[in-house]
Design a protein. Structure first.
Length: 228
């Protein structure tokens, strides 16, 4: 869904097809699986693809009768070759949306541009703060009073795409990186399925680098919590 394109139109009686990319345990994948039939349209996860053959998320897929596929980056000579193979596998499932759920690979511009407007990611910080790794410890070290998570469209700039929805979580004086990450993760499991359903319902548009819900910037796009 680029600035010049229309959002997908989906009928209520036809599931909305997506592919999910993972590298690890797949807890956000599980949240998507659990929520896929709770709103219209129903979300159809056509495949879960991992670069890591040992990823526990593949077992989550199999237990839920979802195709689990491995495209191992170690089998390819360079990033371009890997991303080309990954694109071929994704496209064989004909998704309308590709969701990165803990996919620990930096993607080439060719890959990102191939899925412009239909590639989303969840990141454990309040972007644009703390792109990259070690987000929770960086928030603590900086003395931040709140942290959170962000669902965003993916652009060639790492963790730099337009924001769809954010969840805010207080940083406590007793927090460690682990305790903070645990509370943030609970919010990730709420906002990622919500963003996917908004996309499937055709409610998201991008204008001048900003995401609009139902044609406007909406308070629903920020979820505040006092959860400790």
């Amino acid at each position: 869904m680029s600035e010049s394109s229309e959002p997908p139109v989906q009928t209520e009686d036809k599931p909305f097809p997506i592919v999910v990319l993972i590298s690890g345990s797949g807890s956000n994948l599980q949240a998507i699986i659990d929520s896929r039939t709770k709103l219209e349209p129903v979300i159809e996860i056509r495949a879960v693809i991992s670069n890591n053959p040992e990823a526990y998320g593949l077992q989550r897929a199999i237990r839920n009768n979802i195709a689990g596929k491995v495209v191992n980056h170690r089998d390819y000579p360079d990033r371009n070759a890997y991303d080309a193979a990954l694109m071929a596998e994704i496209d064989s499932h004909q998704p309308q949306l590709v969701a990165l759920a803990g996919f620990m690979r930096i993607l080439t511009s060719e890959f990102v541009n191939h899925y412009t407007g239909r590639l989303i990611n969840i990141h454990p910080s309040l972007l644009p703060l703390y792109p990259g790794l070690n987000t929770h410890q960086r928030a603590i070290d900086n003395g931040d009073t709140e942290a959170g998570a962000t669902v965003h469209f993916v652009t060639p700039e790492v963790d730099g795409g337009p924001v769809i929805i954010q969840a805010h979580v207080p940083v406590l004086g007793t927090d460690s990186s682990n305790s903070l990450s645990g509370r943030v993760l609970k919010q990730e499991h709420l906002i990622y399925p919500r963003a996917i359903h908004w996309f499937a319902q055709g409610r998201l548009t991008i204008e001048n680098g900003r995401v609009f819900l139902d044609g406007r910037i909406s308070p629903k796009q920020q979820v505040f919590t006092d959860e400790k």
